[in-house]
Design a protein around this ligand. Structure first.
Ligand code: AHG
Ligand code: MN
Ligand code: MN
Ligand code: MN
Length: 341
């Protein structure tokens, strides 16, 4: 029966990637091996997050990171897990993590051809109150077989081969794109496997939700935030064309806010302001992966100046403002920025 076939024909994330890989006869399965090691890290962090309260993993690690943020125990733990898992895959050569000031250059004997940029635990401020958090990652190919340098990771987001996130929420959901659309996999804890549950995610063309930290509004009129942003947010709240106002949903974990945006539609904004002239979100391991996924799902991602994926970073922890989500919603804010010139 169809029902039985559905139950027994399990499309796991590994099988999905192998199917993709079979389109490239010359590939030797390196990407599949790399992805399996990322998935291993996600399973570990999922388990640690779920028992954080019990396993005394709540609270601060007593150190601060290059961002000047106090590191949570889970920030440090998840970073170590991903670094170790990625190095042991033998398929990476440079790793950039939010939690490490310098990039990790993998020793020659374990070196592969991929560079991974990642935020091991996104939304750390939400750990202690059990609100959804996540891991975000992006994958580049080294530019060529020379000795790896930072240039291999300071590439525009449009050069990413793949990007994804794993959200540790009411379920553990891994959302991935290898450039062929966006697919969501949910962890079946009884199998320890991520099963395809959201094939071919497409973001609604227009949404009814805007997602921004309005608590920063008094700083929005800084030189780079200009008035287009203020006009756009006003438009969401007091539409002039008689349409209904948008709902405000803001969780404060980028992974959770973007996941909702991809599934329900709408727009997520983290603008620049007087305090942070380049915004808060980091280009390599927050802005690029989420912009890659949004475009692959049929949406747009805009920095206020340009298409987010066209940005060429010059530093590994560089920040950028970001407006991403439903195609039509981002088109509106782009028009306001263009009108301002
Ligand atoms: P991280 O926990 O990895 O440092 O990232 C936190 C980010 C992102 O998850 C979220 O969108 C943003 O911080 C929220 O910032 P505000 O609290 O300033 O709104
Ligand atoms: Mn942080
Ligand atoms: Mn983050
Ligand atoms: Mn983080």
């Amino acid at each position: 029966h169809a029902a039985d076939a559905h139950r027994t024909d399990l499309m796991t994330i590994t099988r999905y990637v192998l199917n993709e890989q079979s389109k490239y006869p010359e590939s030797r399965g390196d990407f599949t091996i790399l992805l399996n090691h990322i998935v291993l890290g996600c399973k570990f962090v999922c388990s640690a997050v779920n028992k954080a309260g019990l396993a005394k993993l709540i609270g601060l690690a007593g150190e601060t990171n290059v961002q000047g943020e106090e590191q949570k125990k889970l920030d440090v733990l998840s970073n170590e897990v991903f670094i170790k898992s990625l190095v042991s895959s033998g398929r990476t050569c440079i790793l950039v993590s939010e939690e490490d000031e310098e990039a990790t250059f993998v020793e020659p004997s374990k070196r592969g051809k991929y560079c991974v940029v990642f935020d091991p635990l996104d939304g750390s401020s939400n750990i202690d109150c059990a609100v959804s958090i996540g891991t975000i990652f992006g994958i580049y190919m080294v530019k060529d077989s020379h000795e790896p340098t930072l240039d291999d990771v300071l590439q525009p987001g449009k050069h990413m081969l793949a990007a994804g996130y794993c959200m540790y929420g009411s379920s553990c959901t891994l959302v991935l794109s290898t450039g062929e659309g966006v697919h969501g996999f949910t962890l079946d804890p009884s199998l320890g496997e991520f099963i395809l549950t959201h094939p071919d995610i497409k973001i609604p063309k227009k949404g009814k939700i805007y997602s921004v930290n309005e608590g920063n509004a008094k700083n929005w009129d800084g030189p780079t935030a200009k008035y287009a942003l203020i006009k756009y947010v006003e438009k969401c709240k007091f539409p002039k064309d008689g349409s209904s106002s948008k709902s405000l949903r803001y969780i404060g974990s980028m992974v959770a806010d973007v996941h909702r945006t991809l599934l329900y539609g709408g727009i997520f904004l983290y603008p620049a302001d007087k305090k942070s002239p380049n915004g808060k979100l980091r280009v390599l391991y927050e802005v690029f992966p989420m912009s890659f996924l949004t475009e692959q799902a049929g949406g747009q991602a805009f920095t206020g100046k340009q298409r987010a994926l066209d940005l060429v970073p010059t530093k590994i922890h560089e920040r950028s403002p970001i407006f991403l989500g439903s195609y039509d919603d981002v088109e509106e804010i782009k028009a306001l920025y263009a009108a301002e010139g």
